[in-house]
Design a binder for this molecule. Structure first.
Ligand code: TXA
Ligand code: MG
Length: 307
């Protein structure tokens, strides 16, 4: 059995696998990732092969603290220091200028590197135990749904992992906020649980939303995070529709999610996964509120619908 409970022994096993250049299933508070040593080009290449991910789509490097990343990044602007202090460990990734220690394979040849300090106790324990920075893309096939629990990792991915450490369902359920900190302004490349408003309030800077900047994050393809079943927005679910709504379900093909973005995000991918397993003709999703607090949910739903 590759899925291990998070005992000290399992954490040591995972850390050793990373040191040996193997891949592991890394739990985090956002989604499960495929961990590899960020200092090992061959291990990073294996990650891309396993996910069938295009090589130009860069990875996030996970570390235990901003200090632990000091030899990976060549400069840290004041705003980035403030963000790190406020939101790390947590569901936030910052893009910063990289040093030559970061292999080109990790960054798709870019001169920048994405860094995150996760808050999952198991992820942190593995990072500390291995003593390595760890690249970890979400543990799904390219363009698929990110797994938010260990047993939702696809068999094709699982076959390439030395182990998965099971930390239960992920707390946030959608990927981290990615912020480009390399310019004079901050830009959100991917919205997440750390919202634009939180970043603006903390830094006093104007933060551009993701949409206008699509080309700058190579991973921001229009269709992404998608189930196999076609999915589209509706005003309200009808009695025979399969999908996600805000009201009492009318059949077993309907799922009611909370009318509040954190609770909705936490269950979004696992609900889409369940609906996908039901092999209906289409998945309908009631449009969430048109409010900035729902930006990350809108982003993932728009990518799932390809709109
Ligand atoms: O929550 C998360 O961030 C999860 C967990 C496992 O930590 N990881 C994750 O990784 O979502 P991935 O590879 O699925 O998404 C990484 C995103 C992509 O959109 C990628 O383009 C962007 O981060 N990214 C990475 N490095 C970048 C860079 N140097 N410049 C711009 N965007 C970058
Ligand atoms: Mg991903």
């Amino acid at each position: 059995m590759k899925i291990l409970q998070p005992t000290d022994e399992a954490i040591k096993f995972a850390a050793r696998a990373l040191q040996n250049g193997e891949l592991i299933g890394l739990p985090t508070e956002t989604v499960y990732g495929i961990g590899a040593s960020a200092l090992n080009s061959a291990a990073i290449r294996k990650t891309f092969d396993l996910k069938r991910r295009p090589a130009e789509n860069p990875l996030i490097v996970h570390v235990t603290s901003l200090e632990a990343a000091s030899n990976l990044v060549s400069s840290i602007p004041d705003a980035a220091r403030k963000l790190a202090k406020a939101f790390w460990p947590g569901p936030m990734t910052m893009v910063l200028p990289k040093t030559s220690l970061v292999p080109d394979e990790a960054t798709g040849g870019l001169s920048t590197v994405a860094i995150r300090v996760p808050m999952s106790p198991v992820a942190l324990a593995i990072l500390f135990e291995s003593g390595l920075p760890v690249t970890a893309p979400s543990a799904n096939m390219f363009m698929g749904l990110s797994p938010t629990q260990a047993d939702r990792i696809a068999p094709e991915i699982l076959s390439g992992l030395a182990c998965v450490i099971d930390e239960g369902p992920c707390h946030f359920g959608i990927e981290s906020t990615v912020i480009d900190c390399t310019g004079s302004d901050l830009t959100i490349l991917r919205p997440g649980a750390i919202t634009r408003r939180m970043i603006e309030t903390l830094t006093g800077l104007k933060v551009s939303p993701a949409a206008a900047e699509e080309r700058r994050s190579p991973g921001m393809y229009r269709r992404h995070y998608a189930p196999k079943t076609p999915i589209r927005f509706v005003e309200a679910l009808g009695p025979f529709d399969a999908g996600i709504g805000f009201s009492e379900p009318q059949s077993k093909y309907q799922f009611q999610l909370p009318k509040e973005p954190a609770g909705y995000s936490q269950r979004l991918y696992s609900t889409l996964y369940s609906l996908d397993q039901m092999s209906r003709l289409q998945i309908l999703v009631e449009s969430p509120p048109d409010d900035p607090e729902w930006e990350a949910v809108w982003d993932r739903l728009k990518k799932a619908t390809g709109t």
